[in-house]
Each structure stands twice: as C-alpha cells, then as structure tokens.
Unconditional design. Structure first.
Lengths: 505, 234
C-alpha cells in the first residue's frame, strides 16, 4: 500500500496549505458562513481524493498514450505524418477542452454575439492545431525553441497593437484557458515521445518541453486575429453569473455533477478515440498494457470529476466571498498581501503542475528537483495574483502595462537561460493556469472587483489568467539562471587533495 | 589484438568495491549526502521503476513505483563500513526500505585519490593476480557529463567495441558541491556501459581516456568490472 499512501501524502501536502490559509482567514479577518465553510472542507477532501486518483490515471494512462503516440509519429520518419497528426491531435484536443467552451461563451456574450461561440471554438482550435503541428516539426528539425517563441511573440505583439485593450485581456486569457488539466499532460507526453528518439541526449532533453507554451501562443494569436477581422473592439454585453444560491451543504455538489461529468467526458473522448485508432493501426499493444492504459484513462475521468466538483462547488464561492470581504476592508494592502499568499498556495494544488514536475524529474534524472520548480512557480503565481489585485485597486494600471514588459523580459531571457529551462518555463505558463487557478483565483479577484468602486467585474476579471500564465515564465527562467551559475565545477585548478578540503565551501 | 603483458605486479593495490543501493524516489540524494559524510567521494544516481507485489494494487494496476539507483565507488574497507552505516541509517534490513549491495571493481580511472600510479598496468594482470576463473569479458562503465556519451561510444567503437548502452543519470563528484537553498545540486551525467572482450578492453579504455581526458580532474571516471559470462555479443 506504500504507493497509495505516498501519493496521498504528496497530494495532502499540496492541498493542505490553501485549506489552512482559508481556515485562518475564516477565524481572523473574513468569517465565512458555516454552510460555506463545511462545503469548503468537503471540497478540500474531494480535491485530495480526486487529485490522487487523477494523478495515478495520468501516470498509467495519459502519459503513456502521449509518449507512445509521440514516438510512433516520429518513427514513421515522414514529415507529412508529423504535420498531419500534429494538426489532428491539436484540433481535437482543444475543441474538446471545457475551459475553451466557457471562454468562448463569455466572448460570445460580451460581444453581443458578434463573435459567435462556435466560430471562436473552431478558430482557436485551428490555431492551436497549427501551432502544435509546427511545434512538433520544430522538434524534428531541431529548430531552437527560443527563436520559435521570439517569432510567435513578435506576431502576437504586432497583432496586439491592433487589438483593443479589452480583447487583449481575452486573448491572453485564452492561452491559459485552452491548456486544461487533461490536455497539458497529454501535450507534455507527446513532446517527450517525439524528442526522446533523438540521438543527441542534450537536445532530446530540452526539446521534451516547450510544446505547451507553443500551443498557448497559438490560442493567443487566433483570438487576436478573430477580434481584428471581426472588427469588434468593444465589450458591450454583460456577463451572466449563474451562482447557485443555496444554504444546503450537499445540494451544490449534486447539482454540479452532471455538467462536470459531461465536460470531463468530452475532454477525454478525443484522447480515447485517437488512442483506440492508434492501437489498431500502429501500437498493437498486448492485452495487458492495453487494459492498463484504459484503466488509467478511467482513473483520470473519475479523478478529474471529483477534483472539479470540489473546486467548483466548494472552493469557488469561498474565493469570491474572501475576495469581496478583504477588498471592502479599510486597509487595501491586506487584499494584496492575501492575494500573494493565495497565489503561493493555490498553484500547489494544480493537477498539471504535478505532471510537469514529475516529467522534469524523469527527463533530467532528478537533477532539477520538483520542490525547486514548485517554489519558483509558487512565487511566480503569488506575484501574479498580487499584481492583478493591484490592477483592480488602481484603475490607472492597464493590463498591457504588465504584459508588454513581462513578455519582453521573458523573451530576452530565453537567449541567456539554459535551453532546458526555456522549455520548462514556457510550459509552466500553461500548466499553472489550470482549473484550480482558473476558478479559485479568478473568483477571488472577481470578488475583490465587486466590492471596489470603479472596478468593473467584467473588464477586470479578464486578464488574471494571462498574468498567471506570464509570471512563471520569468521566475522559472530565473531559476534556470541560478542553476546555470551553480552547476559549474569548483576547484578544478587546485590539486585534488586541496579540492577535497575546499569542496564543502 | 593481444594486450601487452605487464612487467610489474601490484601486490599493494587497493581493492575497490562498487556500492549499489536501490531506494524509493527521493531518497537518493539523502543517501549520497550520508555516504559523503562517511568517506565516499562521489556518487551517481539513475532512475528506475520497481514493482510491488500486492493483490489489491495489482487489481488497480497501480504497481509501478519510481526508484533511484545510487552507485558509489570506494576502497573495499571504506565501502563495507559505509554499507553498514547506510544499513543502519536507512533500515535496509526492514522490508520496503530498499536494498544495498556491492560488487568488486577491477580498476578505476579518473579519480585521483585512487589508482593514479597504475597508468601502465593492464586489466588482465589484475585479473590474473586475483586468480579469478577464466573470464572472457569485461564491463566498462564510463560516467561523463551529459552530452558526452555519444563521443564515448564513438571512441570505443573505433577501438574495437561493438556497441554501448547509455543510461541517463545525475551525480556529483568532489568537484561538484554547489548548493541551492541547502540542497546539493547534482549535475546530469551519462553512464555508458560497454561490454568488451578481455583482449580489447585495454585498447578501448585507453582511447576513451585519451579522447575524453579522463585523467584531468572533473572529466568523469571509468571503472571496469569482471564479467564471467556474456551472451549476445558478436
């Protein structure tokens, strides 16, 4: 049973900090209603269970499927197969992503139907498909990631000049929205599968990362292009919030089950179908490993439902209330500080973060340890939430005031940072903006916006995910620089006897 | 190709041992830290997967567990001492706490504290002096910084080897002791395993040694272990 307890311990350690933080807030600054608190605690338990099951499922289901697919695509040694499968996989995965549908629905309503939901879902999926395909081609052709990203973000920059500020927020949010809990592990594994065939071990290692980052850029580009083409530069409509008001403890959970189950099933289907197709034509796995992968996919299904149920029914509301209460306090600095801490602890419970950090450990044989990456991510998300809250408090700060310098710095850094970390950093941008952050942090910020005069829930609500996707780029690349500085060999000039003594210094 | 017979005997040669420990993921660095405190100079870790025997877990197909395999070379006496201390510290005698064992090493190159004077000795002599049974093969392990394994294999192939296996690893020698938030950084390595006929071992080793400048500090190590039986080599 060692495995179970280990995983459970790992997950509990991840979910505990945020739970404790909310409990502390409950007993000090922002008392919650008792039914809400109970729901929150039930949510925490569901999240712990769901996350554990989900991660097991990713380990034996999603990741093997991704790596198998990646390597069998690359093994064909035919460029058109790489391009075609990149397009197909990218398209079907993102079109089934629940988060994308939510975002598209919001865009539909804020543009009063000028950009319809269907069109945005299709266009973004095409954008991601093209980028995933290019990203795979890049790995095969050894085109450096930093150059690829420079070009992609130059395109984004040029498009951004013509995009209105509201749409800027929406399009950068799209980058986070489209890389959900199910797609990220799969895309990560896909890149790993393709690059692991490389003979050059260094290239193989660094190219295992970066595909998620490239896919996110595709989402940004396509939403921007849509807004420019359709000439909709104003947000006119209003968003409807369907908050299920109830003092019952169990009701919200039951109420949410069907929708969540449907969404998760939808996200899983393309994976399952492509796996079955590949199994028929290419993998031809034996019965036992085949069944194991199917079991794994079933685990991800169950796990993700439990997890999302916990987040949506237990956490979201608490996030809104805490944000609202804190922002209505006299001392505005508290909400910024709490936002920072909230960011620090929330990202720890993000499912894809586990998958990424484990893959980093596997690929680097443990050289880059999970805990260090987590620390860097945490700090990044902490800053992003604090900065977002600051933006809500001070209307003068525009989103692009953060995004422009942020992305310029991150792109410049890619030229100095060890290339392995460039990939990791740009992947973690998509990884950090998963379901946990997207719901809880967003709810917190929207709650804060509601209580502050002059802040617009709608306008200020957009753009938070884009911050979450931005800051890890910088913090993880800084981590890369630290690793670079620290990995050198000391004492080579001194003779051996001496270096043993000075070795500890 | 016959290796030239050596003139000198090495009766005072230190006997070396290679310690292997296989533990759950995450313990590797702790083992290294502990072993280094007790006289081991460097260690290399690579990842593996273990299986679990448990009916319930087998039903759920949750039988994979990540493992770390730590290898360390030392003089026999130190090695035995460290093994015993490791056993006490990490409770290898209890079930599910990992395993540790050691295998004798014929020769070690690239670590200054051992075997610097034996540049001329050939591996075959060492073998004979030990009176081992008539072996035909040696296992040559080369541990180098990540990215250099390809050139190790290339060099070895030129010297007569028929292939090689690369294992991704991380590790730290005496030159790599940088820290990051009190955590030791263990840079990435590659272990190259080459099985070669006894007669060509010397040629392979000396060409790797020359090509990769193993004798310069910090460029990696080579060690050779005796192989009694080998199949599949042509």
């Amino acid at each position: 049973m060692n495995v179970l307890t280990e995983k459970l311990k790992e997950v509990i350690l991840a979910v505990l900090p945020i739970t404790v933080l909310v409990l502390i807030l409950n007993f000090t600054i922002t008392p919650l209603e008792s039914h809400m608190l109970v729901r929150f605690l039930i949510g925490a338990v569901l999240i712990i269970l769901g996350l554990s099951i989900f991660l097991f499922g990713v380990d034996i289901g999603v990741t093997p499927v991704g790596t198998l697919m990646g390597s069998s695509i690359a093994k064909t040694n035919k460029m058109w197969i790489v391009i075609l499968s990149g397009l197909m996989l990218g398209f079907f995965i993102s079109i089934a992503e629940p988060d994308l549908h939510i975002l598209a629905g919001q865009v539909d309503s804020v543009t009063s139907g000028l950009i319809s939901k269907t069109s945005i879902v299709i266009v973004v999926s095409v954008g991601i498909a093209v980028m995933v395909s290019l990203g795979l081609v890049r790995i095969v052709y050894n085109f450096p990631l930093y150059k690829f990203l420079t070009i992609a973000y130059l395109v984004i920059f040029v498009l951004g000049i013509f995009t209105s500020s509201h749409f800027l927020a929406i399009s950068f949010d799209a980058s986070g929205a489209t890389t959900g809990a199910m797609t990220v592990p799969f895309i990560l594994a896909l890149a790993l599968g393709v690059s692991s065939l490389k003979k050059d071990s260094k290239a193989s290692e660094k190219d295992s990362f970066g595909l998620v980052g490239i896919a996110s850029a595709g989402a940004i580009i396509s939403v921007m292009a849509m807004s420019i083409i359709s000439k909709s530069d104003k947000i006119t409509g209003t968003l409807e919030y369907n908050i299920y008001e109830s003092t019952s403890i169990i009701a919200p959970f039951i109420h949410n089950i069907p929708t969540i189950a449907g969404e998760v099933l939808l996200a899983l289907l393309p994976l399952l179908i492509t796996f079955l197709i590949f199994q028929k034509i290419s993998f031809k796995l034996k019965k036992k490993p085949f069944r194991k992968i199917l079991k794994g996919l079933l685990y991800t299904f169950i796990g993700l439902i439990l997890f999302l149920l916990g987040v949506n029914s237990g956490f979201m509301e608490v996030g809104t209330v805490v944000g609202y209460e804190l922002a209505s306090l006299e001392n505005k600095s508290i909400v910024v500080i709490v936002g920072f801490i909230l960011g620090l602890v929330t990202v720890l419970a993000e499912p894809a973060v586990y998958v990424l950090t484990h893959q980093i450990e596997d690929v680097t044989s443990g050289y880059v340890k999970r805990s260090v990456v987590m620390v860097a991510l945490s700090i990044g998300i902490g800053f992003s939430v604090a900065l977002s809250v600051l933006r809500i408090l001070i209307p003068k700060i525009q989103l692009w005031h953060y995004l422009l310098p942020g992305y310029i710095i991150s792109i410049i850094m890619t030229y100095f940072v060890p290339k392995l970390f460039v990939g990791i950093a740009f992947d973690s941008g998509g990884v950090a903006s998963g379901p946990m952050t997207a719901t809880f942090i967003l709810a917190f910020a929207q709650g804060a916006a509601e209580s502050i005069e002059g802040a617009n829930v709608l306008v200020d609500g957009f753009g938070i995910i884009s911050m979450v996707a931005l800051t890890p780029l910088i913090t993880l690349q800084i981590l890369g620089l630290i690793f670079k500085a620290k990995s050198g060999k000391g004492g080579l000039e001194i003779d051996a006897g001496k270096s043993e003594q000075t070795g500890t210094s | 190709m016959q290796a030239s017979p050596n003139k000198q005997e090495h009766p005072s040669k230190k006997e070396l041992e290679l310690i292997y420990t296989i533990v759950n993921f995450g313990l590797g660095s702790k083992i290294i830290k502990f072993a280094k405190h007790n006289g081991i100079l460097g260690a290399t870790v690579f990842l593996g997967k273990g299986t679990i025997k448990n009916r319930i877990l087998e039903f759920f197909d949750l039988t994979d567990i990540r493992k770390e395999i730590v290898i360390m070379i030392s003089e026999k006496l130190i090695a035995y001492d460290v093994l015993e201390k490791l056993n006490k510290e990490f409770h290898f005698n209890k079930p599910n706490h990992g395993i540790a064992f050691s295998i004798p090493v014929l020769k070690l190159l690239g670590a200054r504290s051992f075997s610097c004077d034996e540049t001329n000795s050939s591996i075959n002599d060492i073998n004979e002096s030990r009176g081992a049974e008539n072996r035909m093969y040696n296992a040559i392990f080369t541990i180098v910084d990540k990215g250099k394994a390809e050139s190790v294999i290339e060099t070895a192939t030129k010297a007569g080897s028929t292939g090689g296996t690369i294992i991704n690893a991380r590790g730290s020698g005496i030159h790599e002791t940088q820290k990051l938030f009190s955590m030791e950084i263990e840079p990435e390595k590659e272990i190259v395993l080459i099985l070669a006929k006894k007669e060509i071992t010397d040629a392979i080793v000396s060409s790797i040694r020359k090509e990769l400048q193993i004798d310069e500090p910090g460029n990696g190590i080579i060690f050779i272990q005796a192989v009694n039986k080998a199949y599949g080599l042509y």
